[in-house]
Design a protein around this ligand. Structure first.
Ligand code: GLN
Length: 319
C-alpha cells in the first residue's frame, strides 16, 4: 500500500513533457474542432448569436511556467461565467472573505444557472457562488470593498500583462437583455441578501461576464488554482482558499451537469456560455478550452469532449 502515492504521482505527471503535450493539443484540435453546427448559443446574449461554430482553441499553462497552445487559443472570446471563479477568488482573498459564506452556500444546485425557483424556495441564500444568484451575491460583497468591482475582477484576470478587456458592445447588449439577472437581484434584495442597489450589482456582474480573453490568457490567469494560490505574478489567494475554490469548481462549476462532467473528465472546472471552460489539474497545470456551441446545460460541447479525451490520455483525472 505504501507505494500507491508514488505511483499516483507518476501517473499524474505523465505527459507533462511540454513538447509531447503540444502534439497532443494539436491532435485534439484536429479531432474536436466542429465540422458542422451542433448544440446552441445563448438566446439572451446578442453578441454570441453569430458565433462561428468552427472555433476551437486550447491552452495549457503548466506550474513550471511553460505554456502550450493549439487551434484558436489566441482568439479573444467572452469569458462569461468563468469570471465567477475570479470574483470569488477576489472576495476570498480579502479579510472580509469568510463572511461571504453566511450569504451563499457551497452545494451543487441541480438546476439551471439562472433559475429563479430555487432562490425563492430557499429564502434568498443561493446554493453556490457559481450560479448567477450566487455570483450576484459575490459581486454585492465585493462592492462593499471595491466600488469598481468589475474593474478589480478584470485586473485579477489580466495581471500585469493586461491580457483582457471588457467588450463594451457585448456588455451593453447583454445588460439590455438581463431581465432574469435583474429578477434574481430583486429577489435577493427582497429576501435581505443584497446590500447594494440591484441595478448596480447587475451592471458589475454583467460587465465582468463581458471580459474578452484568449484561451492562453485564461489558462495563465487560472494557474494560481493549480499552484497553491500562486499565479505568474505572485500570490492571489492562500493555498487553503485555492484548494477550496477547486472543490467548489468540481461540485458546482458545470451547473446541473457537474456530476456528469466529474464522471467524464474528473477535474475541477468552470464553464461560461461564451463556450470557454477553465480546468485545473492540481499541482500540474491549468487548461482553457474554447468552442462556442453549447449543450443543453450551457457547457461547451466540443470543449467538454476534448477535456474528456485529454484527461484520459494524460491520466490527469483527480480520481
Ligand atoms: N452572463 C451570463 C448570464 O448571466 C453568464 C452565464 C454563464 O456563462 N453561464 O446569463
Amino acid at each position: 500500500m505504501s507505494g500507491a502515492p508514488a505511483l499516483l504521482q507518476a501517473r499524474r505527471s505523465a505527459g507533462v513533457d511540454p513538447d509531447a503535450l503540444g502534439g497532443l493539443l494539436r491532435d485534439l484540435v484536429h479531432e474536436f474542432r466542429p465540422a458542422r453546427v451542433q448544440g446552441s448559443v445563448p438566446g439572451h446574449i446578442p453578441h454570441l448569436a453569430a458565433a462561428d461554430f468552427r472555433h476551437f482553441g486550447i491552452a495549457v499553462a503548466m506550474v513550471s511556467g511553460e505554456v502550450r497552445t493549439a487551434g484558436d487559443a489566441g482568439e479573444p472570446f467572452l469569458i462569461q461565467s468563468i469570471s465567477k471563479v475570479f470574483s470569488l477568488a477576489l472576495a476570498l482573498g480579502h479579510e472580509d472573505g469568510p463572511a461571504l459564506w453566511s450569504r451563499v452556500l457551497r452545494e451543487p444546485s441541480g438546476t439551471a444557472f439562472n433559475s429563479l425557483v430555487q432562490l425563492e424556495a430557499e429564502r434568498g441564500i443561493p446554493r453556490n457562488p457559481f450560479i448567477n444568484a450566487g455570483a450576484l451575491v459575490v459581486t454585492d460583497h465585493l462592492l462593499d470593498t471595491f466600488p469598481d468591482a468589475s474593474d478589480q475582477v478584470l485586473g485579477l484576470l489580466s495581471g500585469p500583462a493586461g491580457g483582457g478587456a471588457v467588450n463594451t458592445e457585448a456588455f451593453e447588449s447583454e445588460l439590455a437583455r438581463s431581465e432574469r439577472n435583474f429578477a434574481l437581484a430583486h429577489f435577493l434584495a427582497d429576501l435581505g441578501n443584497l446590500r447594494n442597489r440591484p441595478s448596480e450589482v447587475v451592471r458589475h456582474y454583467v460587465r465582468q461576464c463581458s471580459i474578452e480573453m484568449s484561451c492562453a490568457d485564461v489558462a495563465r490567469a487560472g494557474l494560481f488554482l493549480a499552484n497553491d494560490g500562486v499565479g505568474p505574478s505572485g500570490r492571489v489567494v492562500s493555498a487553503s482558499a485555492a484548494k477550496r475554490i477547486g472543490a467548489v469548481m468540481l461540485t458546482c462549476g458545470m451547473y446541473d451537469a457537474a456530476g456528469e462532467f466529474a464522471y467524464r473528465v474528473g477535474l475541477p472546472s468552470k464553464s461560461g456560455v461564451g463556450g470557454g471552460i477553465l480546468t485545473v489539474v492540481p499541482g500540474v497545470c491549468s487548461i482553457c478550452v474554447w468552442s462556442p456551441r453549447l449543450d443543453a446545460h450551457g457547457n461547451s460541447l466540443a470543449g467538454t469532449a476534448a477535456l474528456a479525451e485529454l484527461a484520459d490520455r494524460t491520466g490527469w483525472s483527480i480520481f
